[in-house]
Structure formats: C-alpha cells, structure tokens
Design a protein around this ligand. Structure first.
Ligand SMILES: Cc1cc2nc3c(=O)[nH]c(=O)nc-3n(C[C@H](O)[C@H](O)[C@H](O)COP(=O)(O)O)c2cc1C
Length: 367
C-alpha cells in the first residue's frame, strides 16, 4: 500500500520536546509489577518495544499505596520504586523514545487491603457499586471516607513527591490522571463531590484540588513537561456531572493560565463510544487549549489520518491497539493488519500477553 499523505508519521516538536511522530501510547494499566509495586526489567522491555511511538505515557502510577486501583501496579510512592522506573526510562531512551509518567490517585476506587486496612478516601463518603480485584480476589468496593479539609494539602504533597521521584527516575514529563472518576475527577464532578467547604460546591471549588496539584507538579517539572488527562463526557466508573461543558471549559481556562503543555483528551466514553450524554462539542476545548492536544478513544488508522487532516488534534493516542502491536506505528504507516489482544491478556500474567507480541518482521520470520 502507498504511504498515506499525512503528517501523522512525521517528526514534530511541542513545548520544546521533539517527537518521532504524532502517535502516542495511551496509558494502559497492565498489573505486572512485583509485590512491592516496583517496575523492572519486564516493564522496561514492554515500553522499549513500543518506543517507536512519538510519545509513551505510562500506566497510571499511584502516588500512595491507598491510591492504587489494585495490586501489582508499579508506583512512585516510595524512593525504592525509582530504580525500577529508571530501567524503563533508560530502555526507552536507548531507543530514542520519549516517556511521560501518568501520576494517579484512585480515590474511592481503591480498597483497604491496599492501604493497611484504611478505607479509601474520596471527596465525599460514598460506595462505588461493583467489585474491585484485590490480592484476595474480587471484593465489593467499600464505603469511602470523605477527606477532611486539613488533609487536602497532604494529597497535594503526595503528587509533588511522586513528581520529584518521576524526575529522579529519568522520565521526560508527567501526566496528571484527572479522568475516570479517580480522586481528581471525583472532586471535579457534582455526582461524586457533595462537599460544602472550599473544595466543593462551585466549579471553582470543585476544581481547586486539580489546580493545586497541577501547581505542585509544575513546580517540579515546569509547565512544558506537565500533561493532564481529562475525560469530560466519559462515564467510566460512574463519572457524572450534571453540566460538564462549563466545568471543563473552566478547567481548560485554568490549564491555559498555568501554561500546561499537554492535554490528553479522551473523546467520549473511554473504550466504549465516541459519544455520551450529557455531551458538548469537545472541539471547543481543542480550540480553547493553548498547548498540544493529544486525542484518544477508539481511533483507527483512517480516523487518525483524518484527525490530522482536519487538525482536530496534534497527537493521536492509541491504547488497546498497542497491546498486541508493539510496532503499531509501522503497521499504521504500512496499512498492515493489526493483531488483536484478548481482554484476558490485559491484566496480570507476567510476560505472556505483555512482551511476547511479535512485530510484523518477527511474525514474518516465523512463517
Ligand atoms: C487494559 C487497559 C488499561 C487502561 N489503563 C489506563 C490507565 O492506567 N490510565 C488511563 O488514563 N487510562 C487507561 N485506560 C484507558 C486507555 O488509555 C484508553 O483511553 C482507552 O483504551 C481507549 O483508547 P483505545 O480505543 O485506543 O484503546 C486503560 C484501558 C485498558 C483497555
């Protein structure tokens, strides 16, 4: 097939960061760390295999044990976890890649078994329906404890400390996970935030934690190396707001004030649909945001090329397609068929279903 007329595969530069192309690895939790929540050789191989992407964004990386959404997730809550991530960044840099670390607090979507028996924390006391995977198997979500006003700065400090560790680990930047009803997103939205203090009520109050955490991260990284993920109309884990348009317009205005370099925007309902209700035109945020816009959700090759032709995004992030196609960039360039990972391979399982997916070349050599 003729190479397509597009700049999707061309080198580019945003915020002083040079990228090989406009394709990103979307953050993907793969739960293959050791018991201490350390990354290591296995993660280094996995990310290096995908380093032909212009930008790699890591799996959500917890800033505290009680901010984990499950076991076997490599974190950055302790200095002991820096060395493992250093193996990852070294391996990616050796392949000329650029890698940002996604910093995460799961909020009520965590479990007491992950935090020494303490209940998960949230803007407001609430129990998520359904079950969470724990080291003891599936268990019901627990009633979360509402954070006290005097604890809010501790949350900010957790993110600041993890941002410092991310720097020590050799990352090129960090992304704040502010989507999918995890702690930051739960504060934003009126269904999960019922507070009546400085962190609840008005949009300004609900966005206060997000702004404070971003300020802390920017203090470590500078705005050019700071990204944020938002899923304004997504409903993952029951993320609901009665009126998302003014909420996310306000958030993006604050991002501009802070000069945040990168907005990773999940368009629609994550992994499910590119539309959702209540809805609004997300291109409004694209036009408003002054930094580089990374668009994600259910993209395929044609959609990515079309998005660049229409300039609806600067960079396109692929999630699931990267799982079974470590050389996704090359396959998209050639218009080659994509392997499809079974959902059973997503989480856990060591190297199997993780680092054993062949590239086109390797697959051809086996025949
Ligand atoms: C196995 C799996 C793990 C994921 N982990 C994360 C994560 O850690 N952080 C995050 O922001 N999104 C996560 N997502 C969402 C993806 O980044 C992406 O938004 C979603 O898969 C839609 O993009 P896609 O259609 O290209 O796969 C995950 C999705 C999957 C399938």
């Amino acid at each position: 097939m003729e190479p397509p007329m597009t700049d999707l595969f061309d080198p580019c530069e945003f915020n002083g960061v040079r990228l090989k192309n406009r394709i990103a690895l979307s953050p993907l939790t793969r739960t293959r760390s050791n018991d201490a929540g350390e990354a290591g050789e296995l993660q280094a191989l996995y990310y290096a295999q995908r380093a032909s992407a212009g930008l790699l964004i890591t799996e959500a990386t917890p800033v505290t044990p009680g901010g984990r959404g499950g076991p076997f997730i490599p974190g950055l809550w302790s200095d002991d976890q820096i060395a493992g991530w250093r193996q990852v960044t070294d391996a990616v840099h050796a392949k000329g890649g650029v890698i940002f670390c996604q910093l995460w607090h799961a909020g009520r979507l965590s479990h007491s078994s992950l935090s020494g028996g303490e209940p998960p924390v949230a803007p407001s006391a609430m129990r998520q329906p359904g079950q969470i995977f724990t080291a003891q198997g599936l268990q019901p979500y627990e009633e979360a404890r509402a954070l006290r006003l005097d604890e809010m700065q501790q949350i900010v400090e957790l993110f600041r400390a993890a941002a410092v560790r991310a720097k020590q680990a050799g990352f090129d930047g960090v992304e704040l996970h502010a989507a999918h009803s995890y702690l930051i997103d739960a504060f934003l939205r009126d269904m999960t935030n019922k507070r009546n203090d400085a962190y609840g009520g008005s949009i300004e109050n609900r966005a206060r934690l997000l702004v404070e955490v971003l300020q802390a991260i920017i203090g470590v990284w500078g705005p050019e190396r700071t990204a944020i993920r938002l899923a304004p109309i997504g409903h993952a884990y029951q993320a609901w707001d009665s009126d998302p348009e003014p909420l996310f317009t306000y958030v993006v205005e604050r991002l501009n004030e802070l000069k945040v370099g990168w907005l990773d925007l999940v368009e629609g309902d994550t992994g499910i649909s590119r539309t959702a209700e209540p809805s609004f035109d997300l291109q409004k945020l694209r036009r408003l945001f002054k930094g580089a816009l990374i668009a994600n959700n259910l993209y395929d090759r044609d959609m990515a090329i079309a998005a660049r032709a229409a300039d609806t995004a600067d960079i396109i992030a692929f999630g699931r397609p990267f799982i079974a196609n470590p050389d996704l960039v090359e396959r998209l360039r050639q218009g080659a068929p994509l392997a499809v990972a079974p959902p059973a391979a997503y989480y856990g399982g060591g190297a199997r279903g993780y680092t054993d997916w062949p590239t086109l070349e390797e697959a051809a050599a086996k025949v």
